[in-house]
Design a protein around this ligand. Structure first.
Ligand code: PLP
Length: 424
């Protein structure tokens, strides 16, 4: 259903209904909540540019949201009382640490507010370890990495920007040049497993070989695996097991697992931590996390997703989603539209279509100039792909006619009215 056909759930402008500068009790809270849910439900099917799985049923966890669960402090030190989900968080961290192969006696982590906090937590540890390090990141690194560098007070002169290839993966030749230039200093290297636009995966083994070659032994390799961490680790393609050069990994919870609140996980080798956190007497916990109070529901949601599906179930979800992504590539190329997908990716990159695809047909894509992507996360079906390709075909056909018309003198300069003219 597109915006034009949308039912008038809230006739007219609803901003009036949201105003808080009037007497308490006058707002129709139930109607506003109903509207929010209806808007989100209506948009969900066509919001395929952002990586949130929609196939998991969370109804059993709804009751958790009527009370406070606060996992304040380090998960290894349970807060007092029962208004927390600490025991579930400990299990969640154990599961993630097992999936990425962290040794039993050398692992630490916690449930964060999202991939961003996971990156901050990991890079803070790396920075404590090597305060004089050069931070290597690529142009395809997520913006949270640059923000983290600022938060940690890393001077721009100590940041080495590595070029990425046209498809988003680190340019190892350029990385090598930069390492050669700074070989006397420790290195904090951020690799990405699933870049935001292309879902490219940097290779920690190649990073390790280059650091070895230049004798950079004081190093911390962090993998920002917000999107692809769980599926790649489940398939044995990413890990922190014996021999892995990776020290820490950041994962988002609302992406592959599709939790209904943003959350994430950070796990790392315990041995890389220099600071362990101050003991806070009145919370009875260690302050080792970036945030103080933390959302206990997040740990319970992650626990639920893991408990219901297990490793095999999540591997099967990833496999099904990749098949849908491959199907999308096939269908999009069948109408002659340029499209690309990395092996194992959920992300399908295409040339940015005419804006009418969003404006008229309601498809919400993630656009970056000439390229945009759709992401076939678990929950996106073949039927959704078929609908998308049919609408893409419609706007492209019209666009092609329009391009042809524009090349004729009579149509030149009619840009403002072109859609109206051609659809009339
Ligand atoms: C590669 C990468 N890292 C980090 C993040 C940030 O994750 P979050 O939005 O959970 O903070 C994202 C989000 O899109 C991402 O794609």
């Amino acid at each position: 259903m597109n915006e034009v056909d949308a039912p008038a759930i809230w006739p007219g402008d609803w901003s009036e209904a949201l105003r808080l500068d009037r007497a308490p009790g006058l707002a129709d809270v139930d109607a506003v909540m109903t509207m929010l849910i209806a808007r989100a439900d209506q948009a969900q099917r066509r919001t395929i540019g952002f990586p949130a799985a929609t196939d998991i049923d969370w109804s059993r966890t709804q009751g958790l949201f009527t009370r406070l669960f606060n996992n304040v402090g380090d998960p290894g030190t349970a807060p007092s009382g029962a208004a927390h989900t600490n025991a579930l968080e400990v299990e969640v961290i154990r599961w993630f640490a097992d999936v990425v192969g962290l040794p039993q006696n050398d692992r630490w982590g916690y449930v964060t507010s999202g991939g961003t906090e996971s990156n901050i937590a990991a890079l803070r540890v790396a920075r404590d370890r090597y305060p004089d390090a050069v931070l290597y990141l690529t142009h395809a690194s997520h913006y949270s990495i640059r923000k983290t560098a600022g938060l940690l007070g890393i001077h721009p002169h100590d940041v080495a920007m590595v070029r990425d290839s046209w498809y988003g993966e680190m340019d190892y030749g350029h990385f090598e040049q930069l390492v050669a230039r700074h070989s006397g200093r420790p290195a904090i290297v951020v690799a990405t497993a699933g870049t935001t636009l292309w879902e490219a995966v940097d290779q920690p083994d190649r990073i390790e070989r280059i650091l070895d070659e230049y004798g950079v032994t004081r190093r911390h390799v962090h993998v920002d695996a917000a999107l692809s961490g769980i599926p790649l680790a489940l398939d044995g393609m990413l890990g922190l097991g014996a021999g892995s050069p990776v020290d820490s990994i950041a994962i988002s919870g609302h992406k592959f697992l599709g939790t209904p609140i943003p959350c994430g996980v950070v796990v790392m080798r315990d041995s890389v931590r220099v600071e362990r956190g101050e003991h806070i007497s009145y919370t009875a916990t260690l302050d080792s996390t970036i945030l103080g109070s933390r959302c206990g529901q997040a740990a319970a949601l992650l626990w639920t997703a893991i408990a219901v599906y297990g490793r095999n179930g999540h591997q099967a979800r990833a496999l099904r989603a990749r098949r849908i992504a491959a199907y999308a590539v096939e269908r999009i190329s069948s109408i002659g539209w340029p499209v690309y997908r990395h092996p194992d990716a959920f992300t399908v990159v295409l040339q940015t279509p005419p804006a009418a695809l969003t404006a008229e047909f309601g498809w919400v894509l993630s656009v970056d100039g000439d390229f945009c992507h759709i992401i076939c996360m678990p929950g996106v079906t073949k039927e959704v792909v078929d609908e998308f390709v049919a609408d893409l075909g419609r706007v492209v056909a019209r666009w092609a006619v329009m391009a042809e018309c524009r090349s004729r003198p009579v149509w030149r300069g009619l840009d403002a009215g072109e859609d109206r003219i051609l659809s009339a």
